[in-house]
Design a protein around this ligand. Structure first.
Ligand code: ADP
Ligand code: MG
Length: 311
């Protein structure tokens, strides 16, 4: 099978040392699938990593050197892709070599085109970067035109839009590597959001949901399966309530109904289920699996996880 694997936050950890340890574990789970003969594309989130980079560049440009030119969020996303890709591709390389599998692994710096008219730009929803006082927030809003908001009683933060991915600029490169039998890491952090200006691609301060980017990539490489690996073994209805029920195999229409009933939290499980639905309904024979990293292999064998399929 051709499989796109979307790694969640727990596959990478929060700090440099956590990531070093986590990628070993992650590489082993991915290598299991490669060993079974599947062709794999790996995508991943970047929340803590891009947060760390953004924080560091902010210190540089606001505190250390006040005249240092601003480093945009799109550049921070690019840095996070290469930093995570570096650890992941090395961990995968080592794990495959340990199993005597000779397969090159590489990371593709991935840009994703978004629509400047996407309604998400009208109501930014993703808080990013450091917390600050209301006064400083208002100042930044005036000076730089940033949108600011109070974040859950913890202080003020900048908010950016989360537009839908329209196209993946490097998709032909991803396809070629896949066809050549190589392991590709692409679409990290949902991709670097860019806007088309004729032949020019302009980075924009936004955050693309990694689950939606992975879904688009899976469609574009004609994958058979989209696997979203996260912190739970299955999706649930009535999640966290006494009448909670874990979901096994569900049809697209059942999944849509559960979304409508509000069973999946916005910003965590909902985008996963929506991405899973979108991929499963994009062509006949395609399905999506949501499960734990450690359960990926069992999930493919139909033993666990939530599978969303086209009935
Ligand atoms: P990731 O880093 O993998 O994207 P998220 O934290 O964004 O992880 O999303 C996964 C989380 O979604 C789970 O850990 C769980 O707490 C939460 N969640 C919300 N609603 C549900 C649900 N209905 N079923 C299962 N998990 C849910
Ligand atoms: Mg998430």
């Amino acid at each position: 099978m051709r499989i796109v694997i979307a790694l969640g936050g727990n596959a990478l950890g929060n700090t440099l040392t956590e990531q070093m340890t986590a990628v070993k574990h992650t590489a082993s789970a991915i290598a299991d699938l490669i060993e079974q003969g599947h062709k794999v594309i790996v995508s991943h989130g970047n929340g803590p990593q891009v947060g760390m980079i953004h924080h560091a560049v902010n210190e540089l440009t606001h505190v250390v050197e006040q005249d240092f030119p601003v480093i945009p969020l799109s550049v921070c996303v690019a840095m996070s892709q290469s930093y995570i890709g570096y650890d992941l591709q090395n961990a995968l390389r080592e794990e495959l070599l340990n199993r005597s599998i000779l397969k090159p692994c590489a990371t593709v710096i991935t840009q994703v085109i978004v629509d400047p008219n996407d309604i998400a730009f009208k109501k930014p929803s993703k808080p990013i970067g450091r917390f600050m006082s209301e006064e400083e927030a208002k100042k930044l809003a005036d000076e730089k035109g940033y949108q600011m908001m109070e974040d859950a009683g913890r202080g003020w933060r900048r908010v950016v839009a989360s537009p839908k991915p329209k196209a993946i600029v490097e998709i032909e490169t991803v396809r070629s590597l896949l066809q050549a039998g190589q392991v590709v890491i692409a679409g990290g952090g949902g991709g670097i959001p860019v806007i088309e200006e004729g032949n020019h691609l302009k980075g924009t301060s936004a955050v693309i949901d990694k689950d939606f980017c992975s879904c688009l990539m899976a469609e574009l490489v004609d994958a058979d399966l989209l696997i979203i690996l996260t912190a739970v073994e299955k999706c649930a209805i009535n999640f966290g309530k006494p009448n909670q029920e874990w979901l096994d195999n569900i049809t697209i229409s059942q999944a849509k109904e559960y979304c409508k009933q509000g069973h999946f939290a916005t910003g965590s499980m909902l985008p996963k289920v929506e991405a899973a639905i979108k991929f499963a309904e994009s062509a006949k024979g395609r399905k999506s699996l949501i499960t734990l990293l450690e359960k990926a292999k069992d999930g493919i064998e139909g033993k666990t996880g939530t599978v969303i399929y086209n009935a």
